[in-house]
Design a protein around this ligand. Sequence first.
Ligand code: KG4
Ligand code: ZN
Length: 359
Amino acid sequence: MPLCLGIETSCDETALALVEDGKLVAQRMATQAAAHNIFGGVVPELACREHLRAIDLLYKDLFQENNIHDVDVVAVARGPGLLGSLLVGMSYAKGIVLSTGTAFVGVNHLHAHLLAPLLEAEIPFPALGVLISGGHTILYNMDSPYDFILLGQTLDDAAGEAFDKAAKTLNLPYPGGRYIDKLAAMAIPDTAMFPRPYINNPGLDFSFSGIKTALVQHVQANPFLRTPKMVNSLQELGYALKDPFHMKELAKVCASFNWAVADTLRIKVERAFKTKAKKAKSLVLAGGVAANSMIRNTITQTAKRLNLTCVLPKPDLCTDNAAMIALTGELYFKKGLVHDLNLDAIPRGRKIPWDFKPK
Ligand code: KG4
Ligand code: ZN
């Protein structure tokens, strides 16, 4: 049974995990959210410094606490992501491989998100994969864990980016998706408040920049929705928005915004299933935004209607983590798909090549 170490540093989480035979053995994670919070988004320069500060401490803690001395495979997220951040994980992984001679696998972070559910459940293939994260919104046909065909993607902002920018407009902390989620749960959506963006076309692509602008305009017309100062919790928000009417209206705005995103995803998923993914047996939802309660409900119901098995990882497995990298690395290694030390890190926007070397 190969034991695989997974390393994830593509954005603002430094994470390491050990997976053996498809099961999580242990993991360590350091989140940088607090460091980026006051800037309202990830500052790349700060992110790589934070990774560098955390990675060795996490590694030592993970191995010492679990009394593990060596592994069979080292897997690292090779992209897409912030280049400086990726290079920290990549260099650390190469250091281990160089000094121990362990096998090495570079993992596509996006594919790893969609394979993460395998840590707790089966995925009936072929599957329709829906990846919704801070940097990406993509639909894939997944014929197997090794065959991903792109069906559609966002032409501008990712779903998570839209949530985070909306939250920033409302003066909610970064990353704001989960704050919008919690506020949305307190109200019934007004389905006429925001447009469902880019649905009146036959394609499978998305565009979320328009809905963000609609929210900005709504807040400009109703400035009381914006908290007077940035808050750090829902409790603080309750104090900042003293008038219960303001809180109620804010919850309604969040519910309506969340609904518009969720329903847009529903429309594209149904369209994908009816056009390009007719053979799909399951619907896999992954990425940080898959932690969103309204989206989880909408997609679960959609899968039921389409007679598809719904594969939804628990929220911890939706956001960035190293368990998904270790799991994917172990799968590839078992299939004979490995890399050598010439492996490149790939920044966001560039295609990840299929450049495995024979074992
Ligand atoms: O997959 P992820 O951890 O990192 C990327 O690879 O991008 O996704 C992060 C994104 C952020 O935009 C964050 O606001 C969003 O996932 N997110 C949520 C929720 N939890 C995290 N968005 C909506 N509702 C949530 N509950
Ligand atoms: Zn991610």
